[in-house]
Design a protein around this ligand. Structure first.
Ligand code: NAP
Length: 515
């Protein structure tokens, strides 16, 4: 019997023993850097000539690892293997599948500092953010294991005299998992184990910026007892193997998290019915955000300042939930702006080698260039209040940047920047603030800072986002507490870490028996 689900606690790095443990893991990781990682197809490790090189974005010359790079031939083998394995995995007992997740979670928990250290190196996360990312991965496994055991009972439907009816869930088939690099552990784990525990077999194509931590996780799944062919690891180029897998007629389910551009393209391709395909593909497509922190004139300004800074600059703004717009009531606009600028100037930026670095690098050169380009756009569209500088000589560092006095339609108010940039706009009143907040093609997260109950009720009804928070930041959703997923062009609103998520990976079957 499993204990009730509770989220994994975060590590307090002000405690010396915790700090020392992570320091020692970081030293150990440094000695391991530059290793080689294989593909996994049908339980066999496969090395390829061509490799993906994973680097530390905070120290470009540091190579985290070389990861085998799959081509379409490997992708075809992986689909065949996953399809073969599905024929038995689908009939395994749900408790046995759930137990693999529980075991994997236990292994990660034992090696938590090691995985945290690896994430600090491979994604450039600050210590607290890396720790939270690993904790979230553990949470997904613990939560989905318990959910599966419940879901396996099916749902209650009516029976009549002479007729016994059941409503049960059955797996879909071969799933392709395509995660992003920004929650290189948590989202990769969550979107891999959800199809697995529901009885599907999986081909995991990790993000090319962070494949090493994914390779390490796949080894944990093997150690936890996952059978051959049930999980296949296929790093490779999105356009080469990604497209091939998405188009493949034997793929039943695609679970993608990433940009709007790739997500919408994938969604469209997955809708096509190709030769020898006898089903419609299911898609879970979670995409970008342009998330807003609204500050009312009846608000606690300390909370507002904290919410804006945390939402905008946590993990250098590289979160789909990042609060990249602050919409502030004109009565408190100047005060909030001034205090946010002051707090932002105190943030430290650098390689995340110690717990006191607030902001690390952005992920790579392409991201650095794109964000710096948006900063130039921002300089033309608004008033630069702080930041605006970048330095890519050693790592991809960008200063936390604030622009003020933006027009609602400005590009930096509308487009996802995915970097440490926040745009301030002034609202006439609360209704106007909500109107601005809803003026986006995205609808992922939002926060409202107000002490007025009627305004809370109004925003609850009218602020059209998948995850709405009051009197706190708009980032940091926790599995089982804040099921996560967005409206509009933010995606299919699958609500990862929520009660409806696993059912999306399964087919519901009605069984009616006359007697
Ligand atoms: P991305 O460029 O769209 O990549 C996401 C994944 O798609 C990667 O594994 C990528 O592989 C793969 N890919 C690229 N082209 C492909 C293709 N043609 N077919 C199949 N797969 C393909 O996004 P990202 O830069 O990794 O992540 C940042 C984005 O994710 C942001 O927009 C952010 O808002 C969004 N995000 C959303 C959520 C959410 O829950 N809504 C959560 C986190 C992030 P390669 O790495 O090999 O290119």
């Amino acid at each position: 019997m499993l204990t009730p689900y509770k989220h994994e606690p975060f590590t307090d790095f002000s405690i010396e023993s915790n700090r020392k443990r992570l320091e020692s893991e970081l030293e150990k990781i440094e000695r391991k850097l530059g290793g080689t990682y294989d593909l996994l197809i049908d339980g066999e490790k496969v090395l390829t000539e061509e490799k993906i090189t994973s680097i530390n974005p905070g120290k470009k010359e540091e190579i985290v690892g070389y990861v085998a790079k799959a081509n379409q031939e490997h992708a075809e083998k992986a689909v065949q293997a996953a399809n073969q394995a599905f024929q038995t995995w689908r009939y395994t007992n749900a408790i046995d599948r759930a137990n693999i997740l529980i075991r994997a979670a236990a292994i990660i928990r034992r090696r938590k500092s090691e995985f945290t250290a690896l994430l600090i190196k491979e994604a450039g996360k600050p210590w607290n953010e890396a720790d939270a990312d690993i904790a979230e991965g553990i949470d997904f496994m613990e939560y989905y294991a318990r959910q599966m055991i419940e879901l396996d009972k099916g749902k209650e439907i009516n029976s009549r005299p002479g007729e016994y009816n059941r409503y049960l869930y059955t797996p879909s088939g071969v799933a392709v998992t395509i995660p992003p690099w920004n929650f290189a552990f948590a989202i990769m784990v969550g979107t891999t184990v959800a199809p697995l525990v529901t009885g599907n077999t999986v081909i995991l194509k990790p993000a090319s910026a962070t494949p090493v931590i994914a390779a390490e996780f796949v080894d944990v799944l093997l150690e936890a007892g996952i059978p051959d062919g049930v999980i296949n690891f296929l790093p490779g180029s999105g356009s080469e193997v990604g497209d091939y897998l998405v188009d493949h007629p034997k793929i039943a389910l695609i679970t993608f998290t990433g940009s709007r551009e790739v997500g919408t393209r994938l969604y469209e391709r997955a809708a096509a019915v190709n030769e020898n395909q006898f089903h419609l593909k299911r898609t879970i497509v979670e995409m970008g955000g342009k998330d807003t922190v609204v500050v009312d004139n009846e608000a606690d300004i300390d909370i507002a300042v904290d919410a804006i800074v945390t939402s905008a600059f946590g993990f250098s703004g590289q979160k789909c939930s990042a609060g990249s717009r602050a919409v502030v009531h004109e009565d408190v606009y100047d005060e909030v702006l001034e205090r946010v600028v002051k707090r932002t100037k105190e943030l430290t930026v650098g390689e995340t080698t110690t717990p006191d670095v607030n902001m690390g690098p952005v992920i790579d050169q392409a991201a650095f260039n794109k964000i710096m380009n948006y900063i130039e756009i921002g300089k033309a569209e608004g008033k630069l209040m702080t930041g605006g500088e970048g330095d890519d000589s050693k790592g991809y560092f960008i200063q936390p940047t604030i622009f003020a006095n933006l027009d609602v339609e400005a590009r930096i108010m509308q487009e996802e920047i995915f970097g440490p940039v926040v745009a301030f706009a002034k609202a006439k009143d609360f209704d106007h603030a909500l109107e601005i907040a809803n003026n986006s093609e995205y609808g992922l997260t939002g926060a409202v800072i107000t002490n007025n109950r009627e305004k809370i009720n109004k925003a609850s009804r009218e602020f059209h986002v998948g995850n709405l928070y009051f009197n706190r930041n708009c980032t940091g959703a926790i599995v089982g507490y804040h099921p996560f997923g967005g409206f509009k062009m933010s995606g299919t609103d699958s609500k990862a870490g929520g009660p409806d998520y696993l059912a999306l990976h399964m087919l519901a079957k009605t069984i009616s028996e006359s007697y």
